[in-house]
Ligand binder design. Structure first.
Ligand code: NAD
Length: 474
């Protein structure tokens, strides 16, 4: 079994203890993951602070070149990364390959970015400039649904802005980040990028650490709230990308046969374990039965299993805790609605759950109101458009949402009334490195990606110059 190591101050280190990493497809131990303690965290922060003093002086071009070397090295070992991702996360190999590709696309996008100082105003008496400076040491705390992609889309903007970074993967999916660390050691100066693992117990120490300037967090809303509370003592900069319960509203003018596949894909991608997955589907009464049937047919045809096996389209849920949680939502769905696909959990090792569709269910039930984060889609009937917009908006979450209609003007009017950071029309879950991703309400704070997301890894600094004593002639 391969020995994975953490990356601290340019060295691959074992750490004081280790935990098992479980393959969710069969519950077998895949590898041992080293875990850090407070002393190793302190050492890592010190190394990252030290590296910051010289890294901040490098140019955008130098940083971009190193980042592109990293993505080129990742490309060379893409298949190894994809297989490891499937084994630790569960997603089918084709989707793991896509994740490796997207990780490179995001990193390469940021590798091409730079920030120039702006002159806000200038006349004979003064010049006012606005600069953006790096913050220092940035910690990236990651979830388990897209382990490699999220690790890289935190590293890339952080270091391109001149910061040094410490990544902490989720304890159930640390291996692809640790493998990335092996490549990083050969490319980046010591301490610029560090990777530390934990057993779900180092997050609070990271978010209170006085040597860390910013936490970029992706994970659940309850954990985000804890981070916000513990970061208060040092007034850290925070970007919190949290949970969602994206509603999709299907208007009465669509052809159910046309939209079913797009809706199905957005709901069940990565077995529903996507923050911006379509999680509540509101369908107009006039097409409700037809669309339910179309989606149920697709769900029944889907092949769920071990992602390394040929023909498997959907992998298991990533870990035991999530599996139990999703099974609970299925029970809730059975009690309050009508299951039209899936719903029966096979008695076998691994965390596979058949794609489950529930209809004739109402708002106010757990499976509709909460975030199951698994392969279950509730379909709710509506007849009044104003009323359904209010229902879609009556959630504490506000990550994404979508409107489906054959009339783009109508769809745009509805989209304008949806309270979420992103609203898609006639698709859902589309994203890219140049598109800012900004949650609303309890789905988070701040922005990721695009220029706005890049700027979140900097501090604004104004230099206000009086020309009163300057002598233009030397
Ligand atoms: P989680 O909140 O349980 O864990 C995320 C990370 O936080 C892990 O690395 C974990 O070890 C760490 N952590 C745990 N306790 C902590 C603490 N007290 N302080 C700091 N860190 C702590 O989330 P998860 O179960 O890994 O991921 C699923 C959730 O993530 C879902 O709610 C999903 O919607 C959300 N998510 C959001 C986005 C987004 O961009 N908005 C993307 C992916 C996932």
């Amino acid at each position: 079994m391969k020995q994975y190591k953490m990356l601290v101050a340019g060295e691959l280190v074992a750490g004081p203890s280790s935990i098992d990493v479980i393959n969710p497809a069969n519950e077998e131990v895949l590898a041992q993951c080293p875990v850090a303690d407070q002393a190793l965290l302190d050492k890592t922060v010190e190394a990252a602070q030290q590296a910051f003093t010289s890294w901040r002086k490098t140019s955008f071009t130098e940083r971009g070149e190193l980042l592109k070397k990293l993505t080129a090295a990742l490309e060379q070992r893409a298949e190894e990364f994809a297989r490891l991702l499937t084994q630790e996360q569960g997603k089918p190999l084709a989707q793991a390959r896509d994740e490796v590709m997207f990780a490179q696309i995001f990193a390469n996008y940021f590798a091409d970015q730079s920030i120039e100082a702006k002159v806000l105003s200038e006349d004979d008496s003064q010049r006012i400039e606005m600069h953006r400076q790096p913050l220092g040491v940035v910690a990236g705390i990651c979830p388990w649904n897209f382990p490699l992609l999220i690790t890289l889309y935190k590293i890339a903007p952080a270091i391109m802005a001149g910061n040094t970074v410490i990544i902490k993967p989720a304890p159930t999916t640390p291996l692809s980040s640790l493998l990335l660390g092996e490549i990083i050691t050969d490319i980046f100066p010591a301490g610029v990028i560090n990777i530390l693992c934990d057993n779900n117990d180092l997050g609070a120490a990271i978010s209170t650490h006085p040597g860390i300037a910013k936490v970029s967090f992706t994970g659940s809303t309850p954990t985000g709230k804890k981070i916000m509370a513990s970061a208060a003592s040092t007034l850290k900069r925070l970007t919190l990308e949290l949970g969602g319960n994206d509603a999709a509203i299907v208007l009465d003018d669509v052809d159910p046969g046309q939209v079913a596949e797009g809706i199905f894909g957005a709901a069940f991608l990565n077995s529903g374990q996507v923050c911006i997955a379509l999680k509540r589907l509101y369908v107009h009464d006039s097409i409700y039965d037809a669309l339910c049937e179309n989606i149920a047919t697709l769900a029944k045809q889907a092949v769920v299993g071990n992602g390394l096996e040929e023909g498997v389209q959907f992998g298991p849920v990533q870990n035991r805790m999530q599996f139990d949680k999703v099974c609970g939502y299925i029970e809730n769905a059975k009690a309050h609605g009508r299951i039209i696909a899936g719903g029966e959990i096979p008695q076998q090792p691994g965390f596979c759950i058949p794609l489950t569709v529930v209809c004739d269910i109402e708002d106010g039930t757990a499976v509709v109101d909460e975030e199951p984060f698994g392969p279950i889609l509730p379909i709710v009937r509506y007849s009044d458009l104003d009323d359904v917009i209010d229902r879609a908006n009556s959630s504490a979450f506000g990550l994404g949402g979508s409107v489906w209609s054959s009339n783009l003007d109508r769809a745009s009017e509805v989209a304008a009334r949806i309270d979420s950071g992103t609203v898609w029309v006639n698709h859902h879950c589309a994203f890219g490195p140049n598109i800012p991703f900004a949650p609303a309400k309890e789905s988070g704070i701040g922005v990721e990606w695009g220029e706005e997301g890049f700027h979140e890894f900097t501090a604004m600094k104004v230099v206000n110059i009086s020309k009163a004593y300057s002598n233009p002639v030397h």
